[in-house]
Design a protein around this ligand. Structure first.
Ligand code: FES
Length: 235
């Protein structure tokens, strides 16, 4: 079955099984997202892709499109809600953009710029999360984790290694490494793994290349994430 729904007042076609986000993207309409990736099933954790359908807030990456739906996305209300979600993500972790080597390549930072987040608004949690420098080629900085589980999914479903997992809940939730020591250096993780190259923020960093591309010339320094995302057809 296929059909049409209304997206911010414009008709968007969909095929059976397509989500609102997939159909909107196919029609050229960007919806902000962080945990969604075109190569994986929807995860539904970040909620940044939230849209309003029939007065209800729903995750557009997870909800199948249906004939006649009225979807509101790029509105002051929805962008305000997305901004609040970003502000929560920023205070839950330790995100110090000016000193982060992922600055300019970070999707969280790029979303914050595009959605005009100008303050953290909430009190910072300042969680204590040690870094892991045990691997010869990769540094893990857990301070920046947003729990999208892209590394978990990539390592398990593509690399076949299950190097990462999330543990605990709420403010105690954190990313762990699947080794008795808990250290990445004690796993068979490789810098060539998909999981080593999928982190949307600055958790999984390749050593010795951090500043090869100068700040100011990075992916989102001049082009907003909405344009990069649609241009590259990726996340
Ligand atoms: Fe849909 Fe994260 S992108 S919940």
């Amino acid at each position: 079955m296929s059909g049409h729904f209304m997206f911010d007042g414009r008709p968007v076609p969909f095929e059976a099984g397509q989500t609102i986000l997939e159909a909107a993207r196919a029609a050229g309409h960007y919806i902000p997202h962080l945990c969604w990736h075109p190569d994986f099933p929807p995860h539904g954790s970040c909620k940044l892709c939230m849209v309003k359908v029939g007065g209800r807030h729903v995750s557009s990456c997870a909800l199948e499109a249906k004939e006649g739906m009225e979807v509101e996305s790029n509105t002051p209300e929805m962008n305000g809600e997305r901004r609040a979600l970003l502000q929560m993500l920023f205070v839950e972790g330790n995100h110090f953009c000016p000193s982060c080597e992922k600055s300019g390549n970070c999707q969280l930072q790029a979303q914050a710029y595009e959605l005009e987040m100008t303050s953290a608004r909430f009190d910072h949690f300042f969680p204590v999360r040690p870094v892991d420098a045990s691997h010869p080629d990769i540094l893990l900085d857990f301070n920046r984790c947003i729990f999208c589980e892209l590394c978990v999914r990539a390592s398990r479903d593509v690399d076949g290694k299950s190097v990462f997992a999330l543990t605990n809940r709420g403010i105690h939730k954190h990313l762990v490494v699947n080794a008795e020591s808990g250290q990445l250096g004690d796993t068979d993780f490789s810098a060539d793994d998909l999981a080593a190259n999928i982190c949307p923020v600055g958790v999984i960093l390749h050593k010795r290349v951090g500043f090869e591309v100068p700040i100011g010339e990075r992916t989102y320094d001049e082009v907003p994430i909405s344009v990069v995302s649609m241009r590259d057809k990726g996340s």
